[in-house]
Write a protein that binds this ligand. Structure first.
Ligand code: FES
Length: 387
């Protein structure tokens, strides 16, 4: 289905488009139809979606794809390949959420595939993999995020470096190109620790064999004995050999944080300008104490007191991101990326100090007025915040 047809499935879209063209002809600034424009914006960018699990696809021993449809079976809002939705869940009384990249093609709008890999000690991934069943209802945000192709600036020669479940947005970008027969090249360098971990292995290989504009390079970092495929770490030499001339290529990176960091380092060492590299953030850092600026003498296990002005207080650990701690104690802060990018989880720091890791994309005004992004803020001692 073409992009245009997909949009036409949204109730009222074609009428709104016709109205917009009429207003453009008459020179309107849309002021007089602000209500209509607003309601169309809400349909295209809804705050919350009510979804139902239509199918669960076993991908690997540790990964499943949840195929989600609109609970009322209507068309879902369109998205750009590479975007995510934030899935809201309640687990043993704790209300929380996690962003998951959509792995399906944006050329259809009747389902979103979310490919969930079991994270070690993962609170939400374990719940989704072990307890969620077909027919279950889930709430999510609308599609969000800026990790997608920009036709004005990114060009047509795309390279995606995926680590593990980072292949989810890669699949969506690839399917978008192939379904719409776009004149783009897509080169996927797909790195996994173990052979059993490789998600979409057969699907990617089949597509690579049928489409000359899709090239797949697989790498296993911990191969079993006798493994005949390519193995070892991703290196500069391997990238050079695989990619040849780097000029004009646009790079997308998605995987665990150490993988992302090392890919950026390798590409930078090869002379790729930073503006040609897009990295998808991947949650709060697991080891903030390893980052520059972490204060001497503060341990992740230290206990601190969190006071929510006018509401109450509780004990937490320095190493737990503030948003997770708030949710565990029944407080809610709006959130989406949970990676320090979207700023939705902003809370005011009234007293005390927090560690803002490199992931926190705070603006100058946030710093000037003591706003912190709770999803990636680590309390360094007792703090008071305002929600
Ligand atoms: S949820 Fe996006 S910055 Fe915290």
């Amino acid at each position: 289905m073409s992009e245009h047809n997909a949009l036409n499935l949204i109730a009222g879209y074609s009428q709104a488009l016709a109205g917009k063209h009429e207003l453009e002809r008459s020179g309107s600034d849309f002021y007089e139809v602000r209500g209509e424009v607003g309601s169309m914006v809400v349909q295209l960018h809804p705050k919350r979606l009510s979804l139902e699990v239509a199918e669960i696809i076993e991908e690997t021993p540790t990964t499943k794809t949840l195929r989600l449809v609109a609970a009322d079976r209507s068309a879902l809002p369109p998205f750009q390949a590479g975007q995510y939705i934030n899935l809201f869940v309640e687990i043993d009384g704790v209300k929380t959420a996690r962003p998951y990249a959509i792995s399906s093609s944006p050329t259809q709008c009747f389902f979103y595939d979310l490919t969930v890999k079991r994270a070690r000690g993962g609170f939400v991934s374990g719940h989704l993999l072990d307890r969620v069943e077909v027919g279950q209802r889930l709430q999510s945000s609308g599609p969000m995020g800026t990790f997608h192709h920009n036709p004005l600036f990114h060009g047509d020669d795309l390279v995606f470096l995926a680590g593990g479940s980072g292949s989810a947005p890669a699949r969506s970008l690839l399917l978008d190109i192939l379904d719409r027969e776009l004149p783009r090249r897509f080169h996927l360098i797909y790195v996994n620790s173990h052979v059993d971990d490789v998600i979409f292995a057969e699907k990617f290989r089949a597509l690579a064999s049928r489409h000359s504009n899709f090239r797949l390079a697989e790498l296993i970092t911990r191969p079993p004995e006798g493994y005949s495929g390519r193995s070892g770490r991703l290196t500069r030499e391997l990238l050079q050999q695989e990619l040849g001339e780097l000029d004009g290529k646009m790079f997308y990176i998605c995987g665990p944080t150490p993988f992302n960091d090392s890919c950026v380092e390798l590409l930078t060492a090869l002379g790729v300008p930073r503006r040609r590299i897009r990295v998808e953030a991947n949650g709060a850092p697991k080891a903030p104490d390893q980052q520059r600026g972490w204060p001497v003498g503060v341990a992740l296990d230290d206990e601190v007191q969190i006071t929510v002005r006018g509401r109450g207080s509780f004990r937490s650990k320095v190493g737990e991101p503030l948003l997770n701690a708030l949710e565990r104690h029944g407080y809610f802060a709006e959130n989406a990326c949970r990676s320090g990018e979207c700023s939705l989880c902003r809370v005011k720091l009234v007293s005390g100090s927090v560690f803002n890791p490199q992931e926190a994309h705070l603006r100058k005004s946030d710093r000037d007025f003591n706003w912190i992004y709770s999803c990636v803020a680590f309390p360094l001692g007792d703090i008071e915040i305002q929600l």
